[in-house]
Design a protein around this ligand. Structure first.
Ligand code: 5GP
Length: 197
């Protein structure tokens, strides 16, 4: 398998999607912290930071005008509208991650994943699925970040996203965080081995 080449730098780009509340961010961060050479790509959004989120750590929080400028200048590898806000992957963020790692995890939605699949067919995609819709709903309510209306909206979107899970190379069901993290690590080790051959 040949590797995605972003401005001359080689490395494996692993796209990670899954419905909101499935735990993909926690999972990806845990795996990246535990594995040498695995990094999470910082992406950009026009949505406001939630409490506890920081610019430069969770996202590049940017005004719409800046986002449009970046998109027009071709500085984004992909971009999409999600819940009325813009989200996109700055090329330089992918490069930064691949400068210090050989695997870059890109946590993006299903629209962005489809764009990456087209642009970089060598990339690998992983869908993180909840064990059930009920479990997802419980997690969304449990994390207490959204209003009832927002939760309903997120669940509706989750159903649409789940319908696309078969277009991903791998599906991981996140029932138990520890177990899923271990499965994810094994998968990344396999991808790394394949990239070397
Ligand atoms: P949240 O607002 O909950 O942080 O993210 C909403 C959705 O946007 C999640 O599915 C997240 O993975 C996705 N997302 C985050 N960054 C990007 C990006 O750069 N591009 C795309 N297409 N989706 C993104």
């Amino acid at each position: 398998m040949s590797k995605p080449k972003i401005n001359g730098r080689r490395g494996a780009l692993v796209v990670v999607s899954g419905p909101s509340g499935v735990g993909k961010t926690v999972l990806a961060r845990r795996v990246a912290a535990a594995m040498e050479g695995v990094g999470v790509v910082l992406t950009a959004t026009t949505r406001k930071p939630r409490s506890g989120e920081a610019d430069g750590r969770d996202y590049r929080f940017v005004p719409r005008e800046t986002f449009r400028e970046w998109a027009d200048a071709g500085m984004l590898l992909e971009h999409a509208v999600y819940a009325g806000e813009f989200y996109g992957t700055p090329l330089d963020c992918v490069e930064q991650t691949l400068a210090g790692n050989d695997i870059a995890l890109l946590l993006i939605d299903v629209q962005g994943a489809a764009q990456i699949r087209q642009k970089l067919p060598e990339s690998v995609s992983v869908f993180i699925a909840p064990p059930s819709e009920e479990a997802l709903m419980e997690r969304l309510i449990g994390r207490g970040k959204e209003t009832e209306e927002q939760i309903r909206e997120r669940l509706k979107r989750a159903r649409r996203e789940m319908a696309l899970k078969d277009s991903y190379d791998y599906i991981l069901v996140n029932d138990d965080l520890e177990e899923t993290a271990n499965d994810f690590k094994s998968l990344l080790e396999t991808i790394r081995l394949q990239e070397r051959t």
